[in-house]
Ligand binder design. Structure first.
Ligand code: ATP
Ligand code: MG
Length: 752
């Protein structure tokens, strides 16, 4: 408690202790074992167990197992695991509502005897109808007049299983015109012929939440029954049951707080179950899920989750917490704690031509925290790997890493400079030939006189270990996801051949690392083995979503586009821009120029990302965005644009699916930006669908050949340049609609 501001629940608890209302504080965490617990439950756990701890009381773990059809032992175990992992202990106090079934039944009989409960035989629909509305009172069932004897007899026979599901219910006799509709003779028991995972087949009737919960609290001696806001209207029943039964004090009281909601995810167990059973994720402990098991497997620490729960506080009004706050919490926890090591996710070979032999470089694990001791040796040799995107042949402005002109420091090692770029037949860079500066070794006095702008991670080719890395992103692409249609298709990226310095592999597995410049990582507790090490990304080093959402709000109309290009200054990218640039070049394979434009322009970047959610064709999309959309923005304000990212995605999709050519796409774009029609409509209405059928194209080719005998002769005599002439003619004659690839192949055939 100390100096932290007290929340309203603790204020109540303190007053109750001061007034002598209770001698000991007893709380409970009462989950229904029908799914794995999520971070919302973590909040409830931290409140209930936290209050008990702070006031020297105790907290019970109670499985609220009154619904036989959905519950299971595996969920009981998951709940126990979660509470324990968060660092709480229920001691002897593990309970099950099902253990109280006989006592609860006896209380029901007592209510019947008091004339306060009756067996109703209306159908479910009739019960609903009779309940009335908020503005109209309800009407009591004719069965409410049954005698106490008849009620006792029927209720006993319900218990014995003499009736079918739904034939009768037991109801409290309260007030059919109560303003609180929950008080209009609420249901206490219903018939359910179902096997219960603990009680077996003993019961054919099961108590409703409103009846079971208050009584379970009372039976256990709970003092403060803390639940979420949606139970506010149930509080009257809670009190009615306990008061009517004239139970001897002390008795519990119910208090409500706001449930935790987080953006970019779903929280209810029902929705989580859908994701798990539908195979949209890999089990309840999938690291993308907001389940406690998921966070645990991903590498979150219990401390980070508890700190998060503390920081968001206990409120009385519902709200949505930004998931960035949780991500902040784990970063904040790990930053001072975990060793920093080097891992290369997308390796590019570097050969240092003037280096022979090998050596070991001493490297501190905690380079930024002087007081923390610990270091390891990193093998250095002639052949290394660096991150592919830490080299750029045509660097964008502000690129700080290795280029043909710009040297870079190998972290904890030497400065190198690029001497030669080796490419394969397709023009892909496969190796860098480099030289190092012997006088530039880290940790010694650098006398090389070489200036660098940054240091990059690397591993020695002969010593590095291959690992699998699983990069997780948000499970949903929208802030308030409705359902599976909002899933983020890029929430999991698996990298099979990442390389890591050998020291990491010899550590004990249950450890977290910062892979320098990449993020925080954790050995996957399920799939990791010495032969096949697997690491999960816990969280990145910074919030890569923040910039996008923040700037979206600031960017009202004019995008502050290409300032950099216009005045020709070298403005270095911010860290976030750099991260985006890296992602675009590295993961999405965009070329440097396109990536540079997107990374530096928040509006285009958002636009592109949104479109990407609908059409996963990054190259095609980014070209449209950076060329067409950007051009349009030069003379139109963003909010006046007639098209949106989904339109652009549709356009890209038609190109991808060969429905239209890129050339026609430009024409469609022009139309779209004027009329605001969707691209499919335009293509349909104007008959722009690409012609790919040779039977339609061949006659056009024949015609072009027949009309140009001179050029045909020249081409056949060796003037290859004329090939383009024929293609151009054919495309022109089809109004640009012929599929250029097919035209190309057919013309080639014809002219042979
Ligand atoms: P869900 O809809 O996710 O299944 P629930 O409320 O039905 O949630 P229970 O197992 O009945 O889940 O909940 C156990 C306890 O945890 C209850 O006291 C409930 O109020 C609390 N709880 C559940 N979800 C949240 C949440 N998002 N934030 C805070 N507390 C929660
Ligand atoms: Mg529930």
């Amino acid at each position: 408690m100390n100096n932290k501001k007290k929340d309203f629940l603790r204020t109540i608890v303190e007053n109750d202790l001061k007034s002598g209302k209770y001698k000991e504080i007893v709380t409970r965490f009462p989950p229904e074992p029908n799914g794995f617990p999520h971070i919302g439950h973590a909040k409830s756990i931290s409140i209930n167990f936290g209050i008990a701890r702070d006031y020297n009381g105790h907290c019970n773990l109670r499985m609220d197992d009154t619904n036989p059809t959905k519950e299971d032992t595996k969920y009981v175990e998951a709940l126990e695991d979660a509470v324990r992992w968060l660092g709480f202990d229920w001691g002897e106090n593990l309970y099950f509502t099902s253990d109280y079934f006989s006592q609860i039944y006896d209380y029901a009989v007592q209510l019947i005897k008091m004339g306060k409960a009756y067996v109703d035989s209306l159908s479910e629909d009739e019960i609903r109808e009779y309940r009335g509305t908020v503005t109209e009172p309800g009407k009591r069932s004719k069965y409410a007049n049954r005698s106490i004897e008849e009620n006792l007899d029927l209720f006993e026979r319900m218990k014995k299983g003499e009736f079918k599901d739904g034939e009768h219910v037991l109801r409290a006799k309260i007030d059919m015109s109560a303003a609180n509709m929950k008080m209009r003779d609420p249901l206490l028991y219903r018939i359910r012929h179902a096997h219960h995972f603990r009680a077996g087949d003993e019961w054919s009737i099961y108590p409703m939440y409103d009846f079971a919960h208050c009584l379970s609290d009372y039976i256990e001696g709970v003092t403060h029954s803390i639940c979420t806001l949606e139970f506010e209207n149930n509080r009257d029943i809670y009190n009615w049951v306990l008061d009517t039964l004239e139970l001897k004090p002390p008795r519990p009281y119910q208090y409500e707080f706001a449930r935790l909601n987080i953006n970019y995810t779903v929280m209810s167990k029902r929705k989580l179950l859908e994701l798990v059973e539908g195979g949209y994720v890999n089990g309840w402990d999938d690291p993308r899920l907001p389940t406690i098991a998921g966070y645990r497997r991903r590498g979150y620490t219990p401390e980070s989750i508890l700190n998060f729960c503390d920081q968001i506080g206990i409120a009385k009004a519902n709200s949505v917490v930004d998931v960035a706050q949780l991500e902040f919490s784990i970063r904040d926890d790990l930053n001072p704690k975990v060793p920093r090591v080097m891992c290369v996710l997308d390796p590019l070979k570097v050969t240092i031509e003037n280096y022979e032999g090998s050596e070991e470089l001493e490297a501190p694990y905690y380079p930024h925290d002087v007081p923390k001791e610990g270091s390891r040796k990193i093998p250095f040799s002639k052949e290394l790997y660096i991150e592919r995107d830490d080299f750029s042949e045509n660097p964008p402005k502000g690129y700080y890493r290795l280029t043909p002109e710009q040297p870079v420091r190998l972290r904890h090692g030497y400065i190198i400079t690029c001497k030669e770029v080796i490419k394969d037949a397709n023009g892909n860079i496969v190796e860098i030939k480099a030289e190092y500066y012997p006088d530039s070794k880290s940790g010694t006095k650098d006398t090389s006189g070489i200036k660098v702008k940054s240091a990059i991670q690397w591993v020695s080719a002969t010593d590095a270990k291959k690992i699998e890395v699983r990069l997780y992103d948000r499970l949903f692409k929208t802030e308030a996801p409705e359902g599976i249609e909002d899933l983020n298709p890029n929430s999991l990226q698996i990298i099979k051949n990442a390389l890591i310095e050998p020291a990491v592999i010899t550590q004990k597995p249950d450890e977290r690392f910062q892979f320098e410049r990449q993020g925080y990582f954790y050995a996957d507790p399920v799939d990791y083995s010495d032969e096949h090490p697997v690491f999960n990304k816990i969280v990145g080093l910074k919030d890569s979503w923040a910039k996008k959402t923040k700037e979206k709000k600031v960017t009202t109309s004019k995008p502050q586009a290409k300032k950099v290009q216009i005045d020709g200054e070298v403005v270095p990218m911010s860290k976030e821009e750099q991260a985006l640039f890296d992602k675009y070049t590295n993961d999405l394979k965009l070329n440097n120029e396109v990536a540079n434009t997107l990374a530096r322009d928040a509006f285009l970047c958002d636009f592109f990302e949104e479109a990407l959610c609908t059409c996963n064709a990054p190259v095609t999309l980014s070209n449209i965005v950076v060329n067409e959309v950007a051009r349009e923005l030069k003379h139109t304000e963003a909010k006046e644009l007639k098209f949106n990212p989904v339109h652009i995605a549709q356009l890209a999709k038609m190109i991808e699916e060969d429905i239209i050519s890129s050339k026609i796409a430009k024409q469609v774009f022009e139309d779209m930006s004027k009329s605001g029609e969707n691209p499919a409509q335009i293509v349909e209405a104007k008959g722009l669908v690409q012609i790919s059928d040779p039977a339609q194209i061949l006659p056009v080719i024949d015609e072009v050949i027949a009309n140009n005998p001179d050029n045909v002769a020249k081409y056949k005599a060796g003037n290859n340049k004329l090939f383009g002439f024929f293609i151009g003619q054919v495309l022109k004659k089809t109004g640009g609609k012929a599929n250029p690839k097919i035209v190309n192949a057919l013309v080639k055939q014809k002219l042979m």
